[in-house]
Design a protein around this ligand. Sequence first.
Ligand code: ADP
Ligand code: MG
Length: 314
Amino acid sequence: MELREIGEFGLIKKISRDAKRKAVLVGIGDDTAVIRDGKEFILYTTDMMVEGDHFRKEWSPPEKIGRKAMASNISDIAAMGGMPEYALISISLSSDVSVEYVELIYKGIYEVADRYGVDVIGGDTTHGSLMVINVALTGRTDEEHLTLRGDAKPGDYILVSGPLGGSKAGLELLLHGYQEPEKPIEKHLDPRCRMDIAREISIYANAMIDVSDGLASEVCHICEESGIGMVVEKEKIPLDEDTIRAAEILGMDPYEFALNGGEDYELVFTVPEENLEEVRDYGTIVGRTGSRGMGIKIRDERGINELKGGYVHF
Ligand code: ADP
Ligand code: MG
């Protein structure tokens, strides 16, 4: 069987098995693993970036490659309502890469690490024909802040923390040889994560996830893990002006970028009605959850239809 037949998530299901230790509250299947530690929880996550697939040296200055590697991992800790703590950085390099270049990657890594109080405590360096950077990151949270994908309840409002589709718009601009609009390109090369608001949201949200694979994929994860359904209102999905302009230039659909693009690193969260006022400043309502029987739907110009998709890695 070829990987493309089952995709990334089909493969992960096949290679998963149940954890043996009682301390494992969440193993494979959320933004991070969650391990009980007394009254608190330790979070573990790892994400890899491969040259050619996730970055290109000709598009990205090395500092930005480093910053993105760190920010994408911190985003997963943020999505659990956690604070990041310790990072291990593994990197594969070809022999012709200059020392100065690697130092600049680490300048970017340390910039983001310092901003969020992360200590780099180890890693691995090896030779490879492609540059690969993997960050493994731990974090910590407590009962009040821990927010899983699987705790959404029917009747919750679904919110997103900021405009979507910018990163994919930037990638498409670069692929088609455009240097502007600059904002989406910057979003693609140097994304920020939402540590600034995640902790506050996590107090009020039932479920939360970060947007690494596109809104469609992320809401499907919430529904599957929570055993619920939902309807997303397409016209409520927030898009910024530059993403819309980029889509016009490219002759593409900006909603497609938001739904199936990914790497925006905004947060998608569900909130019960009684907590809505508390999070109104942190997000835009894009839909409502319901019973599992309603399925996962999107309302657009053509009515209410099945919502499918997300970024396909294979
Ligand atoms: P995210 O997009 O939030 O980083 P992923 O979609 O990469 O999450 O991963 C989903 C879940 O699958 C996570 O729990 C992750 O740790 C797990 N996972 C991904 N790849 C593997 C793998 N090769 N082996 C074991 N677990 C994996
Ligand atoms: Mg995630």
